[in-house]
Design a binder for this molecule. Structure first.
Ligand code: GUN
Ligand code: ZN
Length: 441
């Protein structure tokens, strides 16, 4: 039987021939112009990358294995969105004079509707379709304050076999009727949801205080206690996005050294804690992020749309802070990782530290794949196509539009190819999104 000769069992294995992008341990991009990706079950039955590399060098190890010929296409790790709000799918593009009026006038009214499980289920389906269409295979997402909104999206993510993390928003003050929760019940609900969902298949729970101004100290304390009790559960929130918000947090928590310090004071800074934005931080804040293993979800399209400011890459790197990229839909303007990477490039050029950086396409792509996985504590699990990683990947078409076809045909280096995709790419480039076993689109 084919396969016996080399001792390789072919049951459940699949192979793809295409150009392949993955990342080395030092974060640099690795590229096979004519590559082979072999996917199959591991000892635990998870679908993982079994082998990857040059086609000619590898194919002889798998006699009898059918290889799907995708030459002309680029296989790359599925993208990871480090911060996104599924209930804000319909909020994209809502104009407002900055964060706080945007929340009050658009976001909270929209989120009120998620008390209705049927509405939550309908939006969850659209949202997950959008992630797949854009090549996003893992997300750390906000639900709303309604526990049913969490059940709705977890049920659908589970059915699709997605690696997906979300949580019930905690917001027991300064929030209108319809989204405001009640302190004690919110913590009971959070713990029940952790027990129901965390670690089920590929799902994970995130303790989700919306942001310090909408939680009482008692709610933040309770969230911190749960974070200590369940150390492998994630934490997600927002910090230092907007100057008015920073002032408000300082008024509400005068004892804390800084806005970020509020979260530290309540035990909410640790590994697996992800804070969106992190724009208006100081040096001590950045060092606190680094020393606690807390990470930033850099959300450049949101920061540009809401006029919040520019993430300071140079200062983050100097402090040894970890970060990854995020859409922050619906403050963000696009589900597309290509749009997010382009906006991150522009933000890096601007920066706060002059002269600005020129992030390389490999760095940008890493921040949205392997780097985002590392930020989540999922290094070695998702976000890369090295052997042993779960087989979440995208098939990209570098000829998806006439201009892209022209531009990629002229690319003389990997940097030029990746930059063409980042600058000109969108969902038209994503030909296929494969989530471990299941294939979408
Ligand atoms: N701060 C508190 N809530 C939100 C939100 O929904 N979006 C953004 N961008 N910032 C927030
Ligand atoms: Zn957000």
């Amino acid at each position: 039987m084919p396969g016996r000769a080399t001792g390789v069992k072919l049951a459940g294995m699949r192979a793809y021939r295409a150009a392949i992008l993955r990342f080395a341990d030092d974060h640099s991009p690795l590229y096979e112009a004519d590559g082979l990706l072999v996917v199959g079950p591991d000892a635990q039955g998870r679908r993982v990358v079994r082998a990857v590399g040059d086609h000619a060098a590898l194919v002889g190890n798998y006699p009898g294995l059918a290889v799907e010929d995708l030459r002309g296409k680029l296989i790359a790790p599925g993208f990871i969105d480090l911060h996104v709000h599924y209930p804000q799918t319909d909020v994209i593009g809502a104009p407002a004079a900055g964060l706080l009026p945007w929340l009050e006038n658009y976001t909270f009214p929209h989120e009120t509707r998620f008390a209705d499980p049927a509405h939550a289920a309908e939006v969850a389906e659209v949202f997950l379709d959008e992630l797949a269409r854009h090549g996003v295979t893992t997300a750390l997402a906000f639900s709303t304050s309604h526990p049913a909104s969490v059940d709705a999206i977890f049920e659908k993510a589970r059915a699709r076999g997605l690696r997906f993390i979300t949580g019930k928003v905690l917001q027991d003050r300064h929030s209108p009727d319809g989204v405001r929760d009640e302190t004690e019940q919110s913590l009971i609900d959070t713990e029940a949801l952790i027990q129901r969902w965390h670690g089920v298949d590929r799902l994970g729970y995130a303790i989700t205080p919306r942001f310090a101004p909408t939680s009482t100290p008692a709610q933040l304390r309770g969230a911190g206690e749960l974070a200590a009790k369940y150390p492998d559960v994630w934490i997600q929130s927002h910090v230092a996005e907007n100057r008015d918000e920073v002032r408000w947090a300082a008024e509400l928590f005068p004892e804390s050294r800084s806005y970020l310090g509020v979260y530290g004071d309540f035990g909410l800074l640790r590994e697996r804690a992800v804070y969106a934005h992190c724009i208006h931080l100081d040096q001590a804040d950045r060092e606190l992020m680094a020393s606690t293993g807390t990470v930033a979800a850099v959300s450049p399209t949101s920061n540009l749309f809401l006029g919040s400011g520019f993430f300071d890459y140079a200062a983050a790197d100097a402090a040894g802070m970890r970060y990854g990229l995020a859409s922050d839909v619906g403050g963000g303007t696009s589900f597309s990782p290509f749009h997010t990477m382009l906006a991150a490039y522009c933000v890096g050029r601007e920066g706060q530290t002059k002269p600005g950086l020129s992030l390389t396409p490999g760095q940008l792509w890493w921040q949205h794949t392997a780097g985002a996985a590392r930020a989540l504590g999922l290094e070695g699990v998702v976000g890369n196509l090295q052997p042993g990683h779960e087989a979440d990947f995208v098939v990209l078409n570098p000829q998806a539009t006439p201009l892209l076809a022209r531009k990629t045909a002229q690319a003389d280096s990997l940097d030029e190819l990746l930059f063409a995709l980042i600058v000109l790419g969108d969902d038209r480039v994503v030909e296929r999104t494969t989530i471990a076993a299941a294939q979408h689109r």
